[in-house]
Ligand binder design. Structure first.
Ligand code: ADP
Ligand code: MG
Length: 601
């Protein structure tokens, strides 16, 4: 066949295939146009899940007659004036192809009026050709009606999903824009029924309340973060309020709703080890970046973007999440009147309860002085001499007077009262008491301590006096040979001992309770899948080792041991959850006890 230049009509139809995937894509393009036209009120009316009618009415700038006629031409836009504009886009649209594509595959009516014109202008288009145009009475703004989408592209129509799926996609679009633009009023109706009504609001949290529900919004944590590359603002959910689905997650970059795997991953990494497996946090986050660093021109639907220096952006986002979670004191509180449930701490309540004096005992773990770190021989001998002197003086008090340590985290001051069922610690604190899960608590401590050693490349090792001999399978042996260096990094030194046997010479000191052969086999097994990134691997293996060597439920501990664990926990960055996201401690407030004993007046 000879080469033929395609007709404009056919070009538009082809382009429509990319821009207009489904009714929701039309809704998105029209709403974006209304936002670009600075509307403060956008009404979206839908019939038959968008297949019969999509009507978007705004009170924005409107178009002149000339512009209205041009608006449906391909590559006609008022948003780019020259090539330079393409590299710093500040509007949602810029490609000038949405109206052209939409009108190529449907019947369109545009009614529009600018502030300066007396009357409105109406344009009717079908399959890309203007059918009629004329003057019409109208308010300032634009109403665009799309009827019978894909009426002339039956193949595309056939690919539409069920009505409820298509409608859900439309709701998704409006929900996201309503979340991102709290000061704009959005109303979405289907067959005359209101599906979403989000009036203009000053406060973003109230706005989230109209969309995700007031009870969810109330519990969200405010996030605000800024550094030299970007600004992030919005709200995130507490880890223990995480959901089973990802339906309450929204990212905006420069006020554009986008989907981006890497940003999403950065958020989860920010929650790192605080989320239960399979749980998803709620977040509504708005990232503001220099538009020159964001390329939105990589896909006709403009939902995917490319960010320059994305590693820095991802790191910042991760940091912002971490910082916010730490700023809030995320200890679950128990209400003894009801079921044991997790709630937000009511920090103030302890203030009222001054009648219960909380005195820190000498055992109060946070007040024990740190041992000096010995790094040189001189230091070692001076410490030894001091110890000898103390030994020779029988009357000397070995216990040091408590010294107050200041912690940046809001870790509560605790006085251990004992252990119950060989599983939980009970501790008194200001305004109530804490139950701590001994396994989860110790797990967190080991995890963070090891992680710090590992990242600092100074994993402390223990040389085994009686080296373990470990028998590997042939497949495992290959992995041992290949990854010997990595095993060393984690503190496991293996020496070949003939055939498939190895002698284990050292273990990581922190995990000296580990069954070495078992963990080494898991180590190799995790490596052999090759599915994880280095960081994921490190996460999996360190979490597992911490879990295996932490105090188990059923293990009897002395007060000294309990105090030691709590002292270490107080130094952790994320002391309130174990690395799997379960809480380490829960608080019962004194006023809850009063209620239970009917001491309330
Ligand atoms: P783009 O948004 O990429 O410029 P579109 O095809 O979506 O391309 O729209 C073409 C032009 O029509 C826009 O640049 C804008 O000038 C005008 N336009 C479209 N919708 C509206 C609206 N709701 N209000 C005012 N102008 C509009
Ligand atoms: Mg547009």
């Amino acid at each position: 066949m000879p080469i033929k230049v395609l007709s404009e009509d056919l070009i538009n139809k082809i382009a429509a295939g990319e821009v207009v995937e489904r009714p929701a894509s039309v809704v998105k393009e029209l709403v974006e146009n209304s936002l670009d036209a600075q509307a403060s009120r956008i009404i979206i009316d839908i019939q038959d899940s968008g297949k019969k009618l999509i009507r978007v009415t705004d009170n924005g700038k409107g178009m002149t007659q000339e512009d209205a006629k041009k608006s449906i031409l391909r590559h006609a836009t008022s948003k780019l004036q020259n090539e330079l504009d393409l590299y710093s886009i500040s509007t949602l649209g810029f490609r000038g192809e949405a109206l052209a594509s939409i009108s190529a595959v449907s019947q369109v009516s545009i009614i529009t009026k600018t502030q300066n014109e007396f009357a409105g202008f109406n344009l009717i288009i079908e399959a890309g050709s203007t059918i009629s145009s004329g003057i019409i009475a109208a308010e300032q703004g634009t109403t665009i009606e799309i009827r019978n989408i894909f009426f002339n592209t039956p193949a595309r129509k056939k690919f539409l999903k069920s009505d409820s799926v298509e409608l859900r996609h439309i709701i998704d679009v409006i929900t996201h824009y309503a979340l991102c633009y709290p000061n704009i009023s959005f109303k979405l109706t289907h067959e005359g029924h209101i599906l979403l009504n989000s009036p203009a609001m000053e406060d973003q949290q109230d706005n989230i309340g109209t969309i995700y529900g007031a009870s969810t919004a109330k519990k969200l944590l405010k996030l605000e973060y800024e550094n030299e590359f970007l600004k992030i603002s919005g709200y995130i959910g507490a880890p223990y309020d995480a959901r089973n689905d990802k339906n309450q997650q929204a990212f905006f970059v420069n006020k554009r709703w986008i989907k981006n795997q890497e940003l999403s991953k950065a958020v989860y990494e920010g929650y790192h080890s605080m989320l239960f497996v399979g749980k998803h946090p709620t977040f509504v986050l708005d990232l503001t970046l220099d538009p020159q660093k964001v390329d939105v021109n990589i896909h006709p639907q403009k939902t995917e973007i490319k960010i320059e220096e994305s590693t820095l952006v991802n790191k910042s986002l991760q940091e912002a999440i971490k910082k916010t979670l730490r700023e809030y004191n995320l200890i679950p509180i128990v209400n003894v009147e009801e079921q044991l449930t997790f709630g937000r701490p009511t920090v103030k309540s302890s203030k009222k309860e001054t009648k219960y004096a909380y005195e820190q005992s000498e055992q109060a773990v946070l007040h024990v002085r740190e041992k000096p770190v010995i790094t040189t021989k001189e230091q070692l001998s001076s410490v030894l001499n001091a110890a000898l002197e103390e030994d020779s003086n029988e009357n000397s008090v070995v216990y040091q007077q408590p010294q107050v340590e200041i912690h940046t985290t809001k870790f509560p001051s605790l006085k251990i009262l004992g252990q119950i069922h060989k599983t939980f610690f009970v501790a008194e604190t200001e305004g109530g008491l804490f139950y701590l899960d001994q396994h989860a608590t110790h797990e967190r401590v080991l995890y963070e301590k090891f992680m710090q050693q590992y990242l600092g490349q100074n994993v402390e090792i223990q040389t085994l006096l009686q080296p373990d001999i470990i028998e590997f399978s042939s497949k495992e042996k290959i992995l041992v040979e290949e990854h010997q260096h990595k095993l060393n990094e984690y503190g496991f030194r293996l020496e070949h001992f003939g055939q498939n046997s190895y002698v284990l010479k050292t273990k990581p000191l922190l995990f000296n309770r580990l069954q070495s052969s078992e963990i080494l086999k898991e180590f190799l097994d995790t490596l052999s899948t090759g599915r994880n990134t280095l960081e994921e691997f490190q996460e999996i293996i360190i979490t597992r080792m911490a879990c295996r060597s932490a105090h188990m439920a059923g293990e009897e501990l002395t007060t000294t041991q309990m105090n030691l664990v709590i002292k270490e926990l107080a130094k952790c960055k994320d002391p309130f959850t174990c690395p799997h996201g379960r809480p380490t401690m829960i608080k019962v407030e004194s006023n809850e006890l009063e209620k239970k004993f009917r001491r309330c007046h």
